[in-house]
Write a protein that binds this ligand. Structure first.
Ligand code: THU
Length: 134
């Protein structure tokens, strides 16, 4: 979570002023971080979770993800309640959890305060659409 907080402070969020940081712990001990990257063409931006998990997949393909830590708040750090990942990020995380056949533990908080924990992405997104339907 410390690395997620540091990543949040590097976020590029000039339009929403809502900053998000994500740190991913791989089974080899390496931590990959990401943060939200916004764009003047708003839909072209990307959430912190997907920046981080795609970076992990790009740099360490086939290396299992053990845990993810998320922190999110307006830039003024006022949000003190846990912020769960958005639906699109849950779908993206599900692909990795399914492929590695072991759960990804997800810890999430606001700028500080209570840290909520999901023991698996499946706890946040039941009835997942995955490649088995294709
Ligand atoms: N955002 C994330 O980075 N992760 C989420 O799970 C929810 C939203 C970002 C996207 C946008 O840059 C800002 O937060 C406001 O929606």
């Amino acid at each position: 979570m410390e690395q997620a907080v540091a990543a949040r402070h590097r976020a590029y969020a000039p339009y929403s002023n809502f900053t998000v940081g994500c740190a991913i712990m791989l089974e080899n001990g390496i931590v990959v971080t990401g943060n939200n990257q916004e764009n003047a063409a708003y839909p072209s931006g990307l959430c912190a979770e997907r920046v981080a998990i795609f970076a992990a997949g790009a740099q360490y393909p086939g290396v299992a993800i053990k845990e993810m830590a998320l922190t999110a708040s307006p830039k003024d750090d006022t949000l003190k309640i846990p912020v769960p990942p958005c639906g699109a990020c849950r779908q993206a995380i599900a692909e990795y959890e399914n492929n590695q056949q072991q759960p990804i533990v997800i810890h999430f908080m606001g700028a500080s305060g209570t840290v909520a924990k999901a023991s698996s992405l499946k706890d946040l997104l039941p009835l997942i659409f995955d490649q088995s339907y294709l």
